[in-house]
Design a protein around this ligand. Sequence first.
Ligand code: TYM
Length: 343
Amino acid sequence: KKRVVSGVQPTGSIHLGNYFGAIKNWVALQNTYDTLFFIVDLHAITLPYEAQQLSKASRSTAAIYLACGVDPSKASVFVQSHVRAHVELMWLLSSATPIGWLNKMIQFKEKSRKAGDEEVGVALLTYPVLMASDILLYQSDFVPVGEDQKQHLELTRDLAERVNYLYGGRKWKKLGGRGGAIFKVPEPLIPPAGARIMSLTDGLSKMSKSAPSDQSRINLLDPKDLIANKIKRCKTDAFPGLEFDNPERPECNNLLSIYQLISGKTKEEVVQECQNMNWGTFKTLLTDALIDHLHPIQVRYDEIMSESGYLDEVLAEGARNASEIADATVNNVYQAMGFLGRR
Ligand code: TYM
């Protein structure tokens, strides 16, 4: 079976972008592939964060995975820091990562510009190396992510090829550097729709956990009234009718896309249904569709959180499965890189 891995950071609230860019697609993949889905708590400390909130956010994020339909009898669900090999491999990989590759990362440039030099920890720069180790540890074939992770996936692929080239043995070098002697070279899986959900308050910036205004996103756990309020107040425009793909109407395109995704309709159906609507009518339609879709997820979330012990068992079992694969990879990398083995 081919293998699929992916993860979400346990910071703040999980929103529609995380859902359509990632989590919803995982649910479809778990039936066909060997899947591992993790909560990347080690990534969540790369910007200033609240230590008292971290463990709660990790459990909550795991419960959201399950509430969205990730099935622990099919997928391994675990917390990144519970599998020590992630950090271990990261150190080994960082010795093979040119610093110039990291300086070029768009997310690093954006996040560090916002934070200012004194606030930026070294971990923000080396963040993509940890992400590469999350993926390469499991010899993954596919990584389902949103558009914003594409560059990190490219770095992961380059790094896999570089390590394969540097430490993959003479036969491997003669082959010229493609394929996977030590690491499999993974492919991103970026969904055709939903890879880039935009903010509700600005159709030109993406919906994000770290945007200061909560009005800019719909979180999966938002109560009905809040969803209604956010849609009521979201940015629209003064053009007549509604349409996809008009570059002058980014908000309109985004809201129609969200409606398409949440209702499960085709683009053509949405065009037929909505092209002549005014904003008021459409907003009611969208609000109802969002509430209908998110309500069952919220009910399951509450059930999972109230069943004491269940979630922790799932995470413990997931970490055991993952550790077995991850430890084998790290041991192999130590050996390939020439370390003295322990007895
Ligand atoms: P994170 O936590 O920022 O986002 C989690 C997933 O949600 C996607 N996403 C979006 N998709 C569509 N529209 C949006 N507005 C939107 N915002 C976020 C992201 O692309 C991502 O798929 N570095 C990663 C987490 C990570 C990871 C990994 C992912 C760490 N290690 C290994 C895959 C494999 C991150 O910060 O995602």
